[in-house]
Design a protein around this ligand. Structure first.
Ligand code: FCB
Length: 474
């Protein structure tokens, strides 16, 4: 619990009055973080199953084999969403449930689970928003190199086709990839997420192959004439140099390239960004790519998904220690000539992330400017905060800090930014879940989950959002 408070905490109706007409309010989750049932109904192992079993990988030593048991309790969870009043639910399809070995025909039991979930959502009047890849790569494909292997892009398109054939008539929005940035940086460069590779700049082919997979998957979905819109989700963090000097500005520029631009530019502009002369050697794998690949990556999109949590401040000099934000070791950080510094002026979440809604506005303005004229409608597909929730004697959770985080970010999202058509906001996340390498240590949910009994209890943030949604006029 922190003492972060918004002026909207006691006036959700006042904030609702600022919501643009037709704005989508949603909640988001990801398969591996909520489903559990990892060995049921023919699901194959994923790269995260392997990773979480390795000693020292997960901060609290936990694993996601049960987590929220959403696989069996999805009806209860959809009922919670209905009571909350959201318009849409963003979830992910687990590739290893649909193709247990990463190739070949669809696993009927895997398809049947998502059929049940989608139908339950539609019956509740909630639009299904399906992410195809939220990090759980089938292990056999990881054995062949995962995203470091070009062939994985084609395998991903095959899987997208199966998903389109099964759910193309009912899914309202398709998101090909979730945060290729995080997969590359955390998974392939620093090794703090699955698959645990520590390739640093040698990980750049994973960028290109994910983006190629995105382009091929869009083509596969279109070839099946899916009725829903198609987009991609990336996380954007505005980058600020800690000092206004040549060196620090240079490091901040490189970080903006690796975190933001090398993902968004090819998708929206059809080319990789121009790399600073001194860094050209590092970015060679992205400079020498085939121009046909860039055409494939540059598919027309119906929307663009942005995840926004916090800005990044870059300071010169190596980090003081090699801990990742998850609390697990990331030795590669030591070799870097710069480090992530905190913003002294902002309060922080449980994860230590800066609470800075003004940088959501910076993000939206950056996009409007960088991608002027080519940016499709935008959805904030994730935003939220982890805090150390305090459970009262009666079981309730008064998370005024989380409600405040949402309020302040929604206030920014509701205000218009010229050149940007923002259509919705998805809160991360419906319920507490397994937060990757942080395990059960970081709670982001609007709903409290007791991981012993799996009991769900709406927190104050849930009630606050419910009031906001109930009081909007359209
Ligand atoms: C995002 C991920 C999501 C969750 C939140 C806190 O980067 O997409 O799965 O871990 O962060």
């Amino acid at each position: 619990m922190s003492d972060y408070r918004s002026e909207w905490l006691h006036d959700p109706a006042g904030l609702a009055a600022q919501m643009p007409a037709g704005f989508t309010m949603g909640v988001a989750t990801a398969a591996f973080q909520v489903e559990g049932a990892v060995r049921e109904d023919g699901r194959g192992p994923s790269t995260w199953d392997t990773f979480m079993a390795q000693p020292g990988r997960i901060a609290d030593g936990s694993d996601a084999s049960v987590t929220d048991d959403h696989y069996h309790r999805y009806r209860e969870d959809v009922a919670l969403m209905k009571e909350l009043g959201v318009d849409a639910y963003r979830f992910s399809l687990a590739w290893p449930r649909i193709q247990p070995g990463g190739t070949g025909p669809a696993n009927k039991a895997g398809i049947a689970f998502y059929d049940r979930l989608i139908d339950e959502l539609l019956a509740a009047g909630i639009s299904p928003v399906a992410t195809l890849f939220h990090w759980d790569m089938p292990e056999p494909l990881q054995h062949k190199g995962g995203w470091m292997t070009r062939d994985t892009a084609s395998r991903f398109a095959d899987y997208a086709l199966l998903a389109a054939q099964a759910f193309g008539d009912r899914v309202d929005k398709w998101i090909t990839l979730n945060e290729p940035t995080s997969v590359t940086l955390n998974g392939y460069a620093l090794g703090v997420h699955a698959p645990g590779a520590t390739l640093m700049f040698d990980s750049l082919p994973a960028v290109h192959h994910q983006l190629l997979g995105h382009g091929l998957a869009v083509q596969a979905l279109r070839s099946e004439n899916v009725t829903g819109g198609i987009g991609i989700t990336n996380i954007h963090s505005p980058v600020v140099p800690a000092k206004d000097n040549f060196t620090t500005r240079g490091y901040a520029e490189v970080f903006d390239l690796v975190h933001n631009r090398i993902f968004a530019d090819p998708v929206l502009l059809g080319h990789y960004p121009k790399f600073p002369f001194l860094a050209r050697k590092l970015f060679k794998p992205l400079i020498e790519v085939d121009s046909d690949d860039l055409k494939t990556i540059h598919q027309p999109l119906d929307f663009y998904g942005l995840n926004y949590y916090a800005p990044t401040r870059i300071a010169a000099g190596p980090p003081a220690d090699d801990r990742s934000p998850d609390g697990t070791p990331a030795p590669g950080l030591r070799g870097l000539p710069f480090h992530l510094a905190s913003f002294p002026e902002f309060p922080t979440t449980g994860f230590g992330w800066s609470i800075a809604p003004e940088y959501l506005e910076v993000t939206l303005k950056d996009y409007a400017e960088r991608y002027a004229g080519v940016l499709p409608p935008v959805y904030i597909t994730e935003g939220g905060a982890s805090f150390d929730d305090v459970v009262a004697a009666d079981g309730s959770v008064d998370d005024a800090d989380r409600a405040s985080y949402l309020a302040e970010h929604l206030a920014v999202a509701f205000a218009s930014v010229p050149g940007l058509d923002l259509r919705g906001y998805f809160a991360w996340t419906l319920m507490d879940n397994w937060e990757w390498a942080a395990g059960f240590g970081e709670r982001f949910g609007l709903v409290r989950v007791d991981f012993e009994t799996l009991e769900r209890t709406p927190k104050r943030s849930y009630r606050w959002l419910q009031q906001l949604i109930a009081s909007r006029s359209s």
